[in-house]
Design a protein around this ligand. Structure first.
Ligand code: MOS
Length: 757
């Protein structure tokens, strides 16, 4: 019944215009730009104290001494929390019962496992006193030589990569395919460690009231966080209230509860007062995750007509000495290009760094910069235009599985992106073009791909007797605009004008909207909302169509349409009744219903589900100085239904800038002697600034996907990085004739090559 109603609603929206598809501005936009939005660290409950972490300056060993007395003697310092006095936890912070957990460093002992690991927390009346107290601890260590880098130790094959994906997959005979090829590419690419660097650092304000806990902290997964805290502190989830109304970015690093957040809760317990703990920028280079470095070898064969005969993609990555997140870099080769033989594999080494974690397009970002480079190299080896080569090897079914795609408008992305960019005017050979100022000009392209995922979420919808409605789901707005898009879905789902709808989100007492990750949030929470709305409308329809006093009597549940707070007879729209009248006659103050959002297992086992795109880049390179400027970036993306084109464009732009950043800017550099990150700050860890970002264009290609979910949503949070990074590095090759395979590309790579060439 409910699904019939939802289809009818969709049809009604097609006729009358819906909220879905409208370019609304962010609901909280004015609050944010006027400084009224209250982020976690803006909370100051009465009596609150400030906590500051002391972090390790070694990467491996033991803390042998902390001058706790000096810290405590400092005016304003209230307490110093160390392994000696840290309140007990109900659960071992090193226990891991599922892959959606992060092993934590919360002062469980004196061991140091990475640089910037928390080793003590100073709690004081002011931030300044806590900061000074932390500096006075003057730790001493027994240090061991750190294991750093992709060759730090014996490699091994992880049991799984990413969150539970197989570390090896193969289809067909790669050796035979390579042997049969007339053209070969065998190249190795390296990507660096990167850090999420959300503008808002991880922060927490924690208040205990007996065994009840109230928290302000940014979270991409409220229910996960609530469950994690419940386990660690041995209290029921219902005793924990988390508020996470605004996040200044997350990018994966706020997906799981991190050690510092738990330390804030422990500090509040220790002193019996509310405590605020905010990470300093350098504290974010260790305990809250990062993108692991990779070394990827691609072996590709092609025949005389430029068709792939084999594709082998091996990725080495690292994880920490104590946890198990492995960047799934080789997975990018599963979906993009038709090859009769594909093999992907991973191995890893253990290093003395904080545990890596998913970071915006985990696997696809690292993997696709290597794959798109190698494909570009093969196109050149085959004497083909890079776009023609990609079209020659266009995958009509998902190469690794043989499944049909639920939808795939990549061909249209290629065509429209190329047209917009002017790709047909490209000259094939590298280092042939100069602009009027004498700069080398290069054009490159890359294909974008990201899976269309869903987690599980729930929403609760209410219609009240005054004709207004409520939609509740504990969704996470990291700045991507999730609440705006979800409220649009909610208004349509309830058949209400947006101003009659109260949208409640961002707290842990609401239904679990699922984790905001994997580009899945709009689809997951959106489907929960859509289904909750449909269920309430079905109840209203039952009330009306079963009551002979209603003008809708006898229409049948499926014979009505919900719109603007009224139900209409489908066959005669002059006959309608308002929600208020239906509830009033039934003597009900309100009705409510819940809805679930989750992937359909039958559709998933039948179809491969991915978003796609094509990105075209122009760079200009100074032939003497090697300075690289991206001057144009044009992307065309197909990601199913667009809920809000303004926000989608913003997400895609953000991703494209991340891609450019991957190619040219970002790199965390670790000192091999100390294991310390040398550029743990936003001055020396380079990200693009406005002057680096060229004219961006993002085209959204229409795509109607009946299989991903009833709303046809695929997600846009991560795909923009993929393709963009490869497009930029391929453009640098085309400009200079220098193929750089270690990213980011640096001035010295080009200058050295020019000097030696
Ligand atoms: Mo994203 S890396 O799934 O927050």
């Amino acid at each position: 019944m409910a699904s019939e109603i939802s289809l009818i609603q969709e049809a009604a929206h097609m006729r009358h215009g819906s909220n879905i598809g409208q370019p609304l501005t962010r609901r909280e936009g004015v609050l944010k730009v006027t400084g009224q939005a209250r982020y976690a660290a803006d909370n100051h409950p009465h009596g609150m104290l400030h906590a500051v972490m002391a972090v390790s300056s070694i990467a491996r060993g033991r803390v042998t001494f902390l001058d706790v007395r000096a810290a405590k003697d400092h005016p304003g310092v209230v307490e110093v929390m160390t392994p000696a006095n840290r309140p007990a936890l109900a659960e071992d912070p090193d226990a891991k019962t599922n892959p959606f957990m992060f092993r934590l460093d919360v002062l469980q002992n004196d061991e140091v496992r990475y640089a910037n690991q928390p080793i003590a927390v100073v709690i004081a009346e002011t931030l300044e006193a806590a900061t000074e107290g932390a500096a006075l601890l003057s730790p001493e260590y027994d240090a061991l030589p750190p294991r750093i880098g992709l060759d730090a130790g014996e490699s091994f094959v992880p049991q799984a990569v990413g969150v539970g994906n197989p570390s090896e997959l193969r289809r067909g005979d790669v050796d035979a395919g390579l042997a049969a090829a007339s053209k070969h590419v065998d190249a190795t690419y390296e990507t660096p460690a990167q850090y999420h660097n959300a503008m808002e650092p991880h922060a927490i304000v924690a208040t205990w009231d007996g065994d009840a806990l109230s928290i302000d902290t940014p979270s991409q997964g409220l229910a996960l966080a609530q469950g994690r805290i419940a386990g660690l502190f041995g209290i029921s989830p219902g005793k924990i209230h988390i508020r996470s109304p605004y996040l200044g970015g997350g990018f994966g690093s706020k997906g799981f509860m991190s050690g510092p957040q738990v330390l804030g809760i422990l500090a509040a317990r220790l002193v019996g007062k509310p405590v605020k703990l905010v990470l300093r920028r350098e504290h974010m280079y260790g305990p809250v995750g990062h993108r692991a470095p990779t070394r990827q070898r691609l072996r590709i064969g092609a025949d005389g007509s430029g068709r792939l005969t084999a594709l082998a993609h091996h990725a080495r990555t690292v994880s920490s000495s104590f946890d198990d997140f492995f960047e799934p870099a080789a997975g990018a080769s599963h979906t993009l290009y038709a090859s009769p033989a594909i093999a992907t594999s991973h191995d890893a080494v253990r290093v003395d760094t904080g545990t890596p974690l998913f970071m915006r397009a985990p696997g696809e970002a690292t993997g696709s910069i290597a794959l798109e480079s190698a494909i570009d190299e093969m196109a050149w080896a085959c004497g083909m235009d890079p776009l023609a080569f990609r079209l020659r090897n266009y995958a009509e079914v998902e190469p690794i599985s043989g499944k049909p795609f639920s939808s795939k408008a990549l061909r249209e992305c290629y065509a429209q992106g190329a047209e917009r960019f002017g790709w047909s005017k490209r000259q094939p050979a590298p280092r042939q073009w100069r602009d009027e100022a004498g700069l080398l000009v290069g054009w490159g392209m890359g294909t974008a791909t990201f899976p269309a995922l869903m987690f599980q979420g729930e929403a609760r919808a209410v219609v009240r007797s005054d004709g207004s409605g409520v939609m509740e789901t504990g969704a996470h707005d990291m700045g991507q605009g999730a609440w705006t898009a979800l409220a649009q879905i909610a208004a349509d789902g309830l058949g209400l004008e947006p101003e009659r709808l109260e949208f409640r989100s961002g707290t842990s007492d609401l239904p679990d909207a699922g984790i905001a990750g994997g580009s899945s949030h709009t689809a997951t929470a959106g489907m929960a909302i859509h289904n909750a709305g449909a269920a309430v409308i079905a109840k209203l329809a039952d009330l009306a169509t079963g009551d002979e006093r209603s003008p809708l009597f006898g229409a049948g549940n499926a014979g009505v349409v919900a719109r603007a707070g009224r139900l209409f007879r489908r066959d005669d729209e002059s006959r309608s009744e308002s929600y208020a009248d239906i509830l009033g006659r039934a003597g009900l103050a309100e009705i409510d219903a819940r809805g679930q959002g989750a992937a359909d297992p039958a559709a998933q086992s039948t179809y491969a589900m991915h978003a796609h795109g094509a990105v075209f880049a122009e760079v200009k390179v100074d032939p003497d100085l090697g300075q690289i400027r991206v001057t144009r970036l044009v992307g065309a993306f197909a990601a199913g239904r667009v809920i809000n084109p303004r926000l989608v464009r913003s997400q895609i732009f953000g991703g494209m800038i991340w891609g450019m950043s991957f190619a040219l800017h970002e790199q965390a550099i670790t000192d091999r002697r100390s294991g310390r990150i040398l550029n743990a700050n936003l001055a020396e860890y380079h990200v693009p600034v406005n002057a680096d970002v060229p004219a961006l264009e993002a085209l959204m290609i229409d795509e109607h996907d009946r299989h991903v979910n009833a709303l046809g949503i695929k997600g846009v949070g991560e795909i923009g990085i993929t393709g963009s990074a490869g497009a930029v590095v391929n453009a640098v090759w085309h400009a200079t004739g220098v193929r750089v395979r270690r990213f980011p590309i640096r001035i010295d790579d080009l200058v050295t090559a020019a000097a030696s060439g």
